[in-house]
Design a protein around this ligand. Structure first.
Ligand SMILES: NC(=O)C1=CN([C@@H]2O[C@H](COP(=O)(O)OP(=O)(O)OC[C@H]3O[C@@H](n4cnc5c(N)ncnc54)[C@H](OP(=O)(O)O)[C@@H]3O)[C@@H](O)[C@H]2O)C=CC1
Ligand SMILES: O=C(O)C1=NCCCC1
Length: 335
């Protein structure tokens, strides 16, 4: 096991992306995103994903050089055609104008379509909260999740992330898949020989199983909270696909692109300027009062605490990378 400095890890990942055909800008955005996930302990969307990024690039399914196209959608609306590129560069291109619109009008919807999102969502929302805005992000993917009663999966694992400013410049963030666990964690469980939690998935015949391979081989993941999680998955399909102009998770067809691992789907972000609300005490102070009430009631861990603790550890000690992972990463650099 080595411990890598964040910048050194970013440089290695940047090299992998660029040697596999992305522009320098896209390589930098994706490398920072992926290294941040590993640094913050989001293993299902950190270095584990690099082989998939490369497979998707090499299959020709995603365009790593394309420029996202911004379309005026109205005073509080910004449409972005990611043009079959990655989602993060599309969001990076849209963010300055979206922030301007949110401040000018109170809110802004960012509707990104035809985009590939392979990553964790908290990096998509954190920067907005750090600039004083409330941000909600919704992303659909491919059909991995079967709602109660369905015979086959229809929804993606459809993550939902939320970020809001707290007092003293801090923020509160949660970021969660709609499935009991992310598909990436099922793949990691299969790789490492671990069982899934109960109620996480079903096998190809619809029987409950804790075997990750049975879920991956024709089975399905289940939404958290039964029909309640399924309703959130439904909302995310509608917001990330129907609203943006993207594909529904069940419509994705990459049969012409063997090896591709991300879908060309959509993502929707909603930015809100909380100073427009009605709180006399100030929004961030009210959020702080709620967090204090939760702590006083006995909730010790808030969403984001584990991630921030992992980040602090990594900044102090470096990011742990196994010798095997380092070999794999070096093997992904195209000649
Ligand atoms: N791009 C895509 O299509 C997809 C991406 N993903 C990504 O996968 C990642 C993992 O998702 P998922 O497995 O659902 O995430 P987790 O279940 O690990 O965590 C979900 C949220 O709950 C918080 N949390 C976890 N445990 C507790 C606890 N005991 N008390 C309080 N808060 C807690 C986490 O904070 P903390 O981070 O601090 O642990 C996090 O904000 C996400 O980043 C998601 O965006 C998932 C599906 C698809
Ligand atoms: O882990 C997941 O679930 C996913 N992550 C990236 C894209 C597809 C689904």
């Amino acid at each position: 096991m080595t411990h890598m400095d964040f910048d050194a890890l970013v440089a290695l990942l940047r090299r992998i992306f660029q040697s596999n055909g992305t522009s320098a800008t896209v390589a930098d955005i994706l490398a920072r995103n992926c290294a941040s996930a590993e640094r913050d302990g989001a293993m299902s969307h950190g270095l584990f994903r690099m082989a998939g990024y490369v497979a998707t690039l090499r299959s020709g399914w995603v365009d790593g050089r394309v420029q996202p196209r911004m379309e005026e959608g109205g005073a509080s609306f910004l449409r972005v055609d990611a043009a079959n590129g990655f989602a993060q560069p599309a969001l990076a291109a849209a963010a300055p104008l979206a922030i301007e619109k949110a401040r000018a009008t109170g809110a802004c919807v960012i509707a990104i379509r035809h985009s590939h999102h392979f990553a964790a969502l908290w990096p998509d929302v954190e920067p907005f909260a750090q600039q004083g805005l409330v941000a909600i992000a919704m992303v659909n993917s491919m059909a991995y999740v079967a709602p109660p009663g369905a015979r086959h999966p229809v929804y993606g694992t459809n993550p939902l992330a939320f970020a809001a400013p707290r007092a003293d410049g801090r923020i509160i963030v949660f970021d969660q898949a709609v499935s009991v666990l992310a598909h990436g964690d099922v793949q990691i469980a299969a790789r490492d020989g671990h069982l899934l939690p109960p109620d996480a998935g079903v096998d190809a015949s619809g029987q409950a199983t804790r075997d990750p391979r049975a879920v991956l081989d024709g089975g399905a993941l289940l939404p958290f909270g039964g029909h309640k999680g399924a309703a959130i998955a439904l909302m995310i399909e509608i917001m990330a696909a129907a609203l943006t102009g993207g594909l529904f998770s069940h419509e994705v067809d990459w049969s012409a692109h063997p090896g591709a691992q991300t879908p060309s789907t959509g993502q929707c972000l909603i930015l809100i300027d909380p100073t427009r609300g009605g709180s006399a005490a100030g929004f961030a102070n009210r959020v702080e009062q709620l967090v204090t009430a939760l702590h006083d009631a006995g909730q010790e861990r808030m969403p984001g605490d584990r991630r921030l603790a992992a980040r602090a550890r990594a900044l102090r000690d470096g990011i742990p990378v196994s010798a095997d992972m380092l070999r794999q990463l070096e093997g992904l650099i195209a000649p």
